[in-house]
Design a protein around this ligand. Structure first.
Ligand SMILES: [Zn+2]
Length: 399
């Protein structure tokens, strides 16, 4: 009997121990965990609101913009070796969406809205593109490094030796088998059938019959150094720069290329940095001047202050018509993309009209375009490896 009683007592003690242990753990949890959880939630909330605020476009007041444009003009006049870095923000006036702006590709994707791509054959270089070309011709800009694949810098007539299109150009396909990596400039977007790690365009090299590849470098891909990327030229320009002007770029990608920022030099010996962008950039605290303004507005005001005339873009003289390799007769049927149409020469009378309008595409005299075509979403509109990874994981696309 006594044996059974002691066994029961032992069981009771054991149960009581378990209960006490549970209570102790629960008490400790109550003491320590809530503040940690609260802290974590608070931190996440701060991160979320910071991320949100960084996506906001916060334009400067008119007075502040004017003052900053004057400062920028003075800096450009002082500079001996100005290099310009451009991003999607300089092409939004051509109705090509950027990535992180209010109507950007990624912003819309985050909201579950599909991006309706305008036919890029309808897009023309903006005032900013034309002004930069004028400044390069005047020797005031030594080199342009662009993240844009829309080909609008080439189409604005800028000297290609002074341009590094570090993520490629949608109008250029290349033969990687030919010794000189033969380039084919086309009058249409060559990326119709291409994508991430899938660069063959479906056309063949006219010389060696190898498959041609588009020139686009998607996010996460590693690109070559030569044309149109011209990394050596970009690196050399940055090395000699005493001023860097960033236009319409969030700098989230560009900041990852140390050779563009002279990081090997002491801070005080690095080029002075000027940024024109409506949203926050990671270089805002490091720059001499941040202008929260629309690129076309700021550059137009800048050219006025510097007294530089900027010729309007005229498609008839678009360099692409002089540089392109025509499709062979058996290739023409395979291309369903709208070709760039040369249109007619705009007369002096129309030039006067162009000078009097303020970059509103609806007001610019339209060049007749009799080419009918489809406007599928270009292969580079996108989103690169980040999107592909998300798709593989079955996750919703996040910014
Ligand atoms: Zn070839």
């Amino acid at each position: 009997m006594s044996h059974i009683r002691s066994k029961r007592t032992a069981k009771k003690v054991q149960d009581l121990g378990k209960i006490l242990l549970k209570e102790e753990i629960s008490a400790r949890y109550k003491q320590s965990s809530p503040p940690e959880i609260v802290k974590k939630c608070q931190l996440n909330e701060v991160k979320r609101s910071l991320h949100k605020s960084r996506l906001e476009e916060l334009p400067d007041s008119a007075a502040s913009l004017e003052e900053k444009c004057m400062k920028l003009a003075a800096a450009i006049q002082r500079a001996e070796h100005l290099v310009v870095y451009t991003g999607a923000g300089i092409s939004t006036a051509a109705e090509i969406p950027d990535y992180r702006g209010p109507n950007g590709v990624w912003t819309l994707k985050d909201k579950g809205i599909s991006v309706k791509a305008k036919s890029l054959s309808d897009a023309n270089p903006t005032f900013t593109h034309m002004a930069l070309t004028s400044l390069v011709r005047l020797g005031m800009i030594k080199h342009i490094v662009s993240q844009n694949c829309d080909g609008l810098h080439v189409r604005s007539g800028v000297d290609r030796k002074k341009l590094s299109e570090i993520h490629g150009n949608m109008y250029i396909e290349t033969c990687t088998q030919c010794k000189d990596k033969r380039e084919y400039l086309r009058l249409f977007d060559t990326t119709e059938h291409t994508g991430i790690r899938r660069h063959e365009t479906g056309r063949k090299c006219h010389r060696c019959f190898s498959n041609l590849k588009d020139s686009i470098i998607h996010f996460g891909e590693k690109g070559p150094m030569e044309s149109p990327y011209c990394w050596e030229e970009a690196r050399a320009a940055a090395e000699s720069a005493d001023m860097i002007l960033c236009l319409g770029t969030s700098l989230k990608i560009l900041k990852k290329y140390p050779c563009l920022w002279c990081m090997g030099r002491q801070k005080r010996n690095r080029p002075s940095l000027y940024i024109v962008n409506l949203q926050w950039t990671p270089k805002d605290l490091a720059c001499q001047l941040k202008i929260n303004g629309n690129c076309d507005f700021v550059i137009r005001r800048l050219t006025q202050i510097l007294n530089i005339s900027v010729p309007p873009y005229q498609r008839y003289y678009d360099p692409l018509f002089f540089l392109h390799s025509p499709l062979l007769s058996d290739e023409c049927h395979a291309n369903r993309l709208k070709m760039l149409h040369r249109g007619q020469l705009i007369t002096d009378h129309n030039y006067a009209l162009l000078d009097n309008v303020d970059d509103n595409p609806e007001e610019i005299p339209q060049i007749p375009d009799d080419t009918e075509g489809n406007s599928p979403s270009p292969g580079w509109y996108g989103v690169g490896l980040r999107s592909a990874k998300m798709k593989r994981k079955g996750k919703k696309f996040l910014s």
